[in-house]
Ligand binder design. Structure first.
Ligand SMILES: [Zn+2]
Length: 321
């Protein structure tokens, strides 16, 4: 029932130990990049708190009355607050409604869990409404704030929660988990690179067709290097499919990969091998600098077509001597 993500093992054990010693804080801020399973962790913890007979790992038993209520999605003591479907903001009323329930007695099993996700979607009003409850915690109530941008939360909120930070797992752990979920080693590696090391995001990107798109972009990039395509045409085609920023991110990653391969003596290069042999490392670094300049400038009304064209033209020049 509970998916136990391997990179959650360490924080899970730590929290369960605190729980056994009655040192579990009343509010936790689960912070870290997208795609690390923070919400899944919060739900697992909530189930664990509400279950009548957790197993030896602290996980919910899946059989007791509380667990059955949880599975039916109708447990009165677990509340999840998120923005409404058509909004990116958590309403003040939603938080007021949540915390006013606090004046009632504690839940069925002596526990109540509130999850706020994403917590940074609370505006100043909603955050204020939550603050009082964070300052005067109600016994038995655990608040779980989940956020990929904790810096967007008011300091007053952050300072009243214990921080639980999630980082991307070690690469080998992430790769084997992705392979167990059905990806080939090559796809797993490529997807993980596209997701900055976050396994669940990598999985999502694969499902969204990001690998094919990534490969198509690479193919165009190689065509430019072979002189089989024109920068103007490629830039136009790319911008029809994608915004400038993700394209620049892709290009930076690709150039860094080319540089890395250039530096590794004797490594076989992909279809580009012959061209790359002649590519000047300094020119590649200059190209990387140009990319960073454009990314910095792209906040100010940049002409995307011209910017992308200039990069592709530079690439085409350095790869074709
Ligand atoms: Zn149970």
């Amino acid at each position: 029932m509970t998916e136990r993500l391997p990179w959650h093992q360490e924080p899970w054990v730590r929290l369960q130990r605190s729980r056994q010693q009655n040192r579990l804080p009343h509010a936790l801020l689960l912070a870290g990049a997208e795609g690390l399973g923070k919400l899944a962790f919060a739900r697992r913890l909530a189930r664990s708190m509400l279950c009548e007979q957790p197993d030896e790992h602290g996980d919910a038993c899946g059989r007791c009355r509380q667990c059955l209520l949880l599975q039916a999605g109708s447990h009165p003591d677990l509340r999840l607050v998120s923005p409404d479907e058509d909004s990116s903001v958590i309403r003040i009323d939603a938080i007021r409604d949540l915390v006013s329930g606090n004046t009632l007695s504690v839940g069925e099993n002596g526990h109540r869990v509130f999850i706020i996700e994403p917590a940074h979607a609370m505006g100043p009003g909603a955050a204020n409404a939550l603050l009082k409850t964070l300052e005067e915690p109600i016994p038995g109530t655990l608040m779980l704030l989940v956020s990929s941008s904790p810096e967007r939360l008011p300091v007053t909120i952050r300072s009243r929660c214990q921080l639980l930070r999630f980082s991307p797992p070690e690469q080998n752990m992430a790769l084997s988990w992705l392979q167990e979920s059905g990806l080939s080693p090559a796809d797993a590696r490529e997807a993980l690179g596209l997701a900055a090391g976050a396994p669940l995001l990598a999985q999502k990107r694969v499902a969204d067709g990001a690998l094919q798109q990534h490969r198509a972009l690479k193919e165009d990039f190689l065509s430019l290097a072979r002189g089989q395509a024109r920068p103007v045409t490629v830039a136009e085609a790319w911008l029809k499919q994608e915004d400038l920023e993700p394209l620049l991110v892709f290009l930076s990653a690709w150039i860094m990969e080319v540089i890395r391969r250039r530096q590794v003596q004797g490594e076989q290069l992909s279809p580009l091998q012959s061209q790359h042999d002649g590519v000047d490392l300094k020119a590649l670094y200059r190209l990387l600098d140009s990319l960073h300049d454009i990314r910095r400038a792209s906040a100010n009304n940049l002409n995307a077509q011209l910017a992308l064209e200039s990069i592709l033209l530079e690439w085409s020049h350095i790869t074709r001597g």
